[in-house]
Every structure is written in C-alpha cells, then in structure tokens.
Design a protein around this ligand. Structure first.
Ligand code: ATP
Length: 449
C-alpha cells in the first residue's frame, strides 16, 4: 500500500480528501498522513516512509512552491503532486520546473482525479522497483542520498553514514581509515558534499611526496621562491578555498611533514613557499589512511599529537570480506555499470557464479571487485558463470584457513576445496563439481573415499 502525505493548511479539505482516497481504495487508512504546516511536513518525512505527497500551493503565509523546493532539495526522488484551487498553466509549468510530478486542480471531476492519482502511483511503483533492481540501492534511506555512490546494504556502513551526517557541521578534521580499495575516497567526496555543498573538493594523495613536493602541492609558492619558480603557484589549500581538502595516505608521511600537517589540522595554518606570512586555510579537512596509525604511533613512526588531533572525528570502513552482504550488491552494480559503459545488454549471472564471488575474500576490496566486473564485461559474455570467474579468484588470495607454517598435504587441500564447494552449492554435486572445474563423477568418487 502506498504511503501518502497530504499537505494543506485547511483541515476540512484534508479530512474530505482523505475520505475520498479511502473511498476509492487508493490506499489504506494508516498509510495516509496529514500536515498543516512546514514543520509537520518535515517531521513526518523524517519519521515515516512516504511514497507520494499531495501539496497545496498555499500553506498559510508560506508559498507551496517554496515548500516544494525544500522538499525536492531534501528528498529529490519523492514524487510531489501539486493540488490547487486555481487552474493556472504558468504556475503548473513553474512547479514542473521545481520537480513536481503533476499538477491537479481540486475542482476536477473526482473520477478523473482518482484515475490520475492511481496512474501516478502505478508509475512511481514501477520506477521504484526498477531503480532498486537496477542500482542495487535497496532500501537506502533518502536521507543518505548524498552517499548514493557508496553502494552498500551493510548496517555498519549505514551507521558510518549517520555519523558522518552528524559531523557535517563540525569544523574539525575527519579521519577515514580502512584497507586499500574499500571506498575511502568515495566516502570522503560524499562527506565533502554534505559539509560544504557545492564548494570545491580537492583530493591529494600525499604518499611518495618529498618535502618540497608536499609543500609546493599543498601550500603553493610565490614567484621566485626557488630556482625555477618563474611564476606563483596556487596550492591545494587555496584551490580548496572554503570547500574540502582531502589528503589521502597520510600514514606514509615522514615526521617533518607530519609536523606541517599538525599545524594545518590544528589551526588551519600553513606557510606558502617564499612567503613570510602564515596563511590560514578555510577548507574542511578530511584525511585517509590504510595504515594502523595507533600501531605507527607505538612504533614511533607517527606523531602522537597529530594522531590525537586527527582522531577527533574518526570513521573506519570495514573490508569487503567483513561485510559479505555487500558483495553481491556491488557485483550487480558494477556489472550494470560496465554494461552501460560498454553499451552491452546486462548479462545473466548464474547462481554458481554468485556463490563463488560471495565466498571470495577480496584482498583488494571493492576496487578489485570493480576491476573484475569491468574485465568480465570487456570479454563480451552474455552469461556470467562460475567458470568465467575462476581465473580471477583462484590465486593465493582465495579464502583459506591454511597457515603458512603448516602447509597442508595436497589431499587435504582437495578435500577442503570439495567440502567448501559442496557447502556453497547447497550439497548439489553437479553444481559443486562445475564450480571447481571437475566432473561430477570425479567429485562423487572423491566424496566416497
Ligand atoms: N561502496 C562502493 N560503491 C561503489 N563503488 C565503490 C565503493 N567502494 C569503492 N568503490 C570503487 O572502488 C574504487 C576504489 O575506491 P577508493 O579509491 O575510494 O578506495 P580507497 O579506500 O580510497 O583506496 P586507497 O586506500 O587505495 O586510496 C573506486 O573505483 C570506487 O569508485
């Protein structure tokens, strides 16, 4: 049943429209909510799932157009139908530009109105189903829309989204940690959009930069600052302006540069090469590393004071193997993305292939999964089966419980492989045999041993 929000400052109209919707079976009673002012509107949208909004063009002193604008800003995908007493084509066009799905006149014939509403609900339902299937976005909260490029259905990551949303207003730096390829960059970009929307986002990978390159890249230089400095150069801090500066791989910085980072993180201060005056950064700072900074501090390789400073706001992205619920979602997402890019139809993915991909540990995390999907698609297949994946997943990176110091016997490895394949294939011998590339009779013989 469709959840509907009716917005009008006239209580009588809300009551009568509600009655009409129920009379014509548009939805059930508990699925209809009403709001008479803007505060109520946003409270309801925040608290309850809403599929469709009917909005009157006058809400007391406030224009319905302004409310429409604010709803669409916060919930861009939510369909809003304008209900009004006046049939005004210019107004209808204006509302369309602001994102209204339709414009209905309250005095229209009731049957016509209801059949229009039912048609819109149907279209919207189909669209939602389609989007969920296509994007693998599943039940991502509209409030997390800014994180739409970080595909996930992991509740751990949803908690990270919540935390980052709460941090949006804080002026302090954010530290994002996680193994290489988990999506720290994607998350940093979304966080930047949340905290400094529409402002510049400058991303610098600082690993491997020597002291000069580090200062020059970040702080820039004045003309004549050093031999060969024929003109001034704007540093990343200036380019970021009042937006966001994202510094990746800060765990690799040598001690002297860590000190410069400390001044920057602490007071926003920096020194442009060739300038006597300290500059002041206005940018929001986001740092990332795939290293364990606490261990580095203990080993004396990372400044404790800088670590404490960076740790004020800290999020960790777990590796893909610790959020297995994301593997299939991401697999479908990247296969769809690659199909679009290569202008190919989306291939069928067999259950065996999914079983195999789900059982893999992905040491290169999401980056590795993405690369596999794009390469698979480039090889122009219209069906992805377990055998197509084996080449990508059979290296020593595959999940194993074996310990280097106690290498198992070949027979033990085969037995483990067969038992894992049987588990993944739900004890179906034909499937298990296909997954590991042996005949069913060989597998069956081996099982009888
Ligand atoms: N959850 C995700 N949804 C969609 N794409 C993702 C996701 N996580 C990562 N990616 C993609 O994987 C690739 C690697 O992501 P990213 O560069 O953000 O990882 P990282 O953690 O910053 O890695 P590194 O530590 O090596 O810099 C990118 O192509 C990115 O778009």
């Amino acid at each position: 049943m469709t959840s509907i929000l009716l917005i009008d400052d006239e209580r009588d109209w809300l009551v009568s429209f509600r009655r009409t919707l129920l009379q014509y079976d548009v939805t059930s009673s508990e699925k209809i909510r009403t709001a008479q002012n803007e505060d109520e509107v946003f409270n309801i949208l925040k608290q309850a799932d809403t599929d469709l909004v009917f909005l009157d063009l006058m809400l007391g002193d406030i224009s319905g157009k302004d409310v429409l604008h604010r709803i669409k800003q916060k919930y861009p995908r939510l369909p809003v139908i304008i209900m009004t007493g006046v049939n005004d084509i210019h107004m209808a066009l204006d509302c369309g530009k602001l994102g209204a799905m339709d414009y209905m006149v309250k005095t229209s014939l009731i049957e016509e109105l209801i059949s229009n509403i039912k048609r819109i609900i149907k279209i919207h339902q189909l669209e939602r189903e389609n989007n969920a299937l296509k994007d693998g976005l599943f039940s991502m909260d509209e409030e997390f829309l800014v994180f739409k490029d970080f595909i996930t259905k992991s509740s751990r990551i949803h908690s990270v989204f919540k935390y980052l949303t709460a941090l949006a207003v804080s002026p302090y730096p954010i530290l994002i940690t996680g193994e290489s390829g988990v999506g720290k960059g994607v998350l940093a970009k979304a966080t930047a959009e949340l905290s400094r929307p529409g402002r510049p986002f400058v991303s610098i990978n600082v690993s491997g930069l020597d002291a000069h390159a580090f200062s020059d890249t970040l702080f820039g230089h004045k003309k004549g600052a050093f031999t060969g400095a024929d003109s001034s150069r704007m540093g990343a801090i200036q380019q970021a302006d009042d937006g966001t500066l994202f510094l990746d791989e800060i765990g690799d910085l040598p001690n002297a540069l860590q000190l410069k980072l400390l001044y920057l993180a602490q007071d926003g201060e920096y020194q442009q090469l060739g300038s006597d005056v300290a500059g002041k950064s206005r940018a929001r700072l986001i740092f990332a590393t795939n290293q364990n900074l606490e261990n580095k501090c203990r080993a004396g390789e990372f400044r404790q004071d800088l670590y404490y400073r960076l740790n004020t706001h800290f999020v960790h992205i777990p590796p893909l193997r610790e959020r297995p619920e994301d593997i299939a979602v991401l697999f479908h997402h990247f296969i769809n993305q690659a199909s679009k890019e290569f202008q190919r139809s989306v291939p069928e993915i067999t259950q065996d292939a999914l079983n195999l991909i789900n059982a893999y540990s992905f040491p290169g995390n999401t980056r590795q999964l993405r690369a596999i999907c794009f390469d698979l698609l480039a090889r122009a297949q219209n069906k992805i089966q377990a055998k197509d994946l084996r080449n990508y997943l059979t290296s020593n990176e595959a999940k194993t419980d074996f310990n280097e110091k106690q290498l198992p016997k070949v027979d033990e490895v085969i037995d483990k492989l067969i038992s894992d394949a049987m588990k993944l294939a739900g004890n179906n011998q034909t499937k298990a045999a296909a997954m590991i590339g042996i005949s069913q009779s060989t597998l069956s013989r081996r099982l009888r041993k």
